[in-house]
Each structure stands twice: as structure tokens, then as C-alpha cells.
Design a protein around this ligand. Structure first.
Ligand code: NI
Length: 183
């Protein structure tokens, strides 16, 4: 089921999300719905607060990314429950990011190049994995959502000033995107 995406200005996007346990109702169905919502909006990542739920769940799927230097990249698909960042490298890289909750805005963001993260899969089995570059970037972006942080918080003061009116328009509900949104 495709769910509406909560946009910039929604209080749920600024909450610190809570961990869940294996008793959480219909978690697999919820994660399926998150993948479906993300795919229908042509996104590559989605965190539960973006569908209005302040719980620590995120999904990522790079199926639509084509990178000839890394053909494996498009196979990257993961759902993480209760992720916990164990390491973020001091070494960073800067790339342009966007967010389904902030339609029409793309900005350069510095992120750690390498991370180590512990998480539960959809069967609540624990994994600890290292990720680098674009995978690490996407995970950091979605992980930030669980902390109530948005990528626009991380752009330079000057850029933030320049996108201020666009952000205010989103707060007012003036959004131009092809998927269903909510407040
Ligand atoms: Ni986002």
C-alpha cells in the first residue's frame, strides 16, 4: 500500500524515533509498504517518520541507480530496524542529496565516507556491517531522519538562506511533486 509522505514542517520529522521490539504489529507489512511508497515516489531511501511513524525503521533500495563504475550498487537493498551507528569516519565526501519529504530541493551535503552500523533485519536478526561511499551516505541520510534531522540542516548558512523561501513554501503546503504528501 502506498502511503502519503510527510513533508518539511511536519512535527513527526523532528522527533527522535523510538526503537521497536519484535511484538510491533505487522512490521513486515509496514516495511513492504515503505518500499512500495518509496518506489512509487522514485526515491532510494525512506525512514518511518516520513510516513508519520516515529519508530526506528528505515529502508533503502538502489534498484534504479545505474553506476557503471560499480554495477553492484543497484543490487543494494536493505531494511534496518533499530539501527545504531557504531562508527562514522572523519573522512567525508560531498555529494548532492534530495529527500522525498523536501521535494524540489537538492543540496550538497558532507557525509562520512565510511560507517559501521548495527541493526536488526525484518526477522529481528542482528547484523553489524561496514558501508562506504554512496551506501554509507544513504544510510546516514535515513538514520538522520530517525534522529529528527534533515539534510537541509547540514547545508551551509549561505545555502540555507537561499533555500529558505522554498522551505517555507513546503511548510505552507505548496509542494509540486508527483506523489501523495501529508502534513
Ligand atoms: Ni530524506
Amino acid at each position: 500500500m502506498i502511503l502519503p509522505v510527510y513533508t518539511y514542517g511536519s512535527a513527526v520529522l523532528r522527533k527522535k524515533s523510538e526503537p521497536i521490539d519484535s511484538g510491533y504489529p505487522n512490521i513486515k507489512e509496514l516495511i513492504d509498504n515503505m518500499f512500495e511508497t518509496m518506489h512509487s515516489a522514485s526515491g532510494v531511501g525512506l525512514a518511518a517518520p516520513q510516513i508519520g511513524l516515529p519508530i526506528r525503521v528505515l529502508v533503502i533500495d538502489f534498484a534504479q541507480i545505474e553506476d557503471k563504475t560499480d554495477p553492484e550498487l543497484s543490487k543494494f537493498r536493505v531494511a534496518m530496524i533499530n539501527p545504531r551507528m557504531l562508527y562514522m569516519s572523519e573522512e567525508t565526501s560531498v555529494e548532492e542529496e534530495g529527500c522525498l519529504s523536501i521535494p524540489g530541493i537538492n543540496e550538497n551535503v558532507a557525509r562520512s565516507k565510511h560507517i559501521k552500523i548495527k541493526y536488526l533485519d525484518t526477522d529481528f536478526n542482528e547484523h553489524t556491517e561496514d558501508f562506504s561511499d554512496y551506501r554509507a551516505r544513504a544510510i546516514q541520510h535515513e538514520y538522520d531522519h530517525l534522529e529528527g534531522k534533515l539534510f537541509t540542516d547540514k547545508v551551509s548558512q549561505l545555502r540555507r538562506q537561499l533555500i529558505k523561501s522554498k522551505l517555507n513554501n513546503i511548510v505552507k503546503g505548496k509542494v509540486n511533486c508527483k506523489y501523495r504528501v501529508s502534513k
